[in-house]
Design a protein around this ligand. Structure first.
Ligand code: HEM
Length: 368
């Protein structure tokens, strides 16, 4: 069904795309990718893989890894689907701050408050951290201590997307866990606040070699999950943001009647638990929750991409996979860098510090 003719309620300034324009956009997107289809079993286009990562990294050392992760999460989500959004956000917060090295999972710090205590991380879900630790226990029981916590986090994010109805993509593996904590300052510099405008976001993403397309597609992760009033009350108090749809705003005031409440609401008002492209339809209808979300539609640099994703979910999925794979490879540690943590919440003790010699693609690890 063509959403442009159904769910999509026109709002002032909406661009309507003709079929040729859509085809041209698709073509442009594909050409702009450095085409890399790793094998016929991968339906999506992936960016080039960082040296040291591969889709088959644990093929010999932990062949059941992906099925262990998926079946654990399938079961968990049956009782609580909300952990899916928590796991997806966890991977983002891991990767944006000093790379996808599992440092977000660490308790405590060498000195001062830990990475988890930085303001943007306070709303990460305890259930998501717990799921990673339980997964690690299961994986270690099956394969020994060969799989990094950073890889488990990346796989859990993928399965959260998939099990919520999103694309089923391949995850390059072989990340190693970091040996250092990120500071509060680093977290604040790299996790953008929801009050950011598009210029701020493009600048920040640019520092990580992510472009404006990546910004729009990765923001589509806000198709699942929730937010606290504190994250969007700048749009309600002291005065209502004029870019908010009136009915949507009235409902937000019911959730957050005054400033500083701890209530929550869903990020995607149309389909809060489903990974789909309705988030972009929200934006077209001025029902984006954060300044950073709605700005993607009001800013001319990102509006065409929002508009096209709102009517073409397959294209959104393709681009999301591409951008997630870029994000998932940010400053990764590979080979003999870092370690395989025995416990995702703590750096290995010095005694059991030196784990592995990585043996080719199989990533074989052994105690020295
Ligand atoms: C573009 C800049 C981004 C900003 C400013 C932003 C900001 C936020 C904020 C403020 C929240 C709600 C926190 C709360 O009040 O509880 C949130 C939730 C969330 N974010 Fe983002 N985010 C961004 C990008 C991303 C990316 C790239 C991803 C993943 C690829 C992501 C995934 C999520 C998810 C899934 C949730 C819901 C979490 C839950 O239900 O527990 N976000 N984000």
């Amino acid at each position: 069904m063509n959403k442009a003719g159904s769910i999509l309620r026109p709002v002032p300034g909406t661009i309507s795309l003709t079929a040729p324009a859509l085809m041209a956009y698709n073509l442009l997107f594909l050409l702009s990718c450095i085409a890399f289809v790793s094998s016929s079993s991968h339906a999506y286009v992936y960016p080039p893989l960082v040296e040291g990562l591969s889709f088959t990294f644990y093929k010999s050392t932990c062949p059941d890894l992906e099925s262990i992760v998926r079946s654990y999460l399938e079961q968990l989500f049956q009782s609580d689907i909300s952990v899916a959004s928590g796991l997806l956000r966890l991977h983002f917060h891991d990767c944006f701050v000093q790379g996808c090295d599992g440092s977000i999972l660490l308790d405590g710090s060498f000195s001062g408050p830990d990475e988890k205590d930085a303001t943007p991380n306070l709303t990460l879900r305890p259930a998501a951290f717990k799921a990673i630790n339980e997964l690690q226990t299961l994986i270690t029981q099956a394969c020994g201590p060969v799989v990094s916590c950073a890889d488990i986090t990346a796989l859990a994010a993928r399965d959260s997307v998939r099990l919520s109805g999103g694309p089923d993509y391949e995850v390059p593996l072989g990340r190693r866990d970091g040996l250092s904590y990120a500071t509060m300052e680093e977290v604040l510099s790299f996790i953008p606040p929801p009050t950011s405008n598009v210029t701020d976001l493009i600048d920040l993403f640019g520092k990580l070699d992510l472009d404006a397309y990546d910004l729009v597609s990765l923001s589509g992760a806000h198709t699942i999950g929730i937010a606290h009033c504190a994250s969007f009350e700048n749009r309600l108090f002291p005065a209502q943001d004029p870019t908010l749809d009136q009915t949507f705003a009235e409902n937000l005031y019911l959730t957050c009647p005054v400033a500083n409440t701890s209530n929550t609401t869903v990020l995607d008002v149309r389909s809060p638990d489903a990974f789909d492209d309705e988030y972009y339809v929200d934006l077209l209808n001025r029902q984006g929750l954060f300044t950073s979300d709605q700005g993607l539609y009001t800013d001319a640099r990102t509006q065409p991409t929002v508009t096209v994703f709102a009517v073409d979910q397959s294209l959104f999925f393709e681009k999301f996979v591409y951008s997630m794979t870029k994000m998932g490879q940010l400053s990764v540690l590979t080979g003999d860098q870092g370690e395989i943590r025995k416990n995702c919440s703590a750096i290995n003790a010095v005694d059991d510090f030196l784990w592995s010699v990585v043996d080719g693609d199989g990533g074989e690890s052994k105690l020295l």
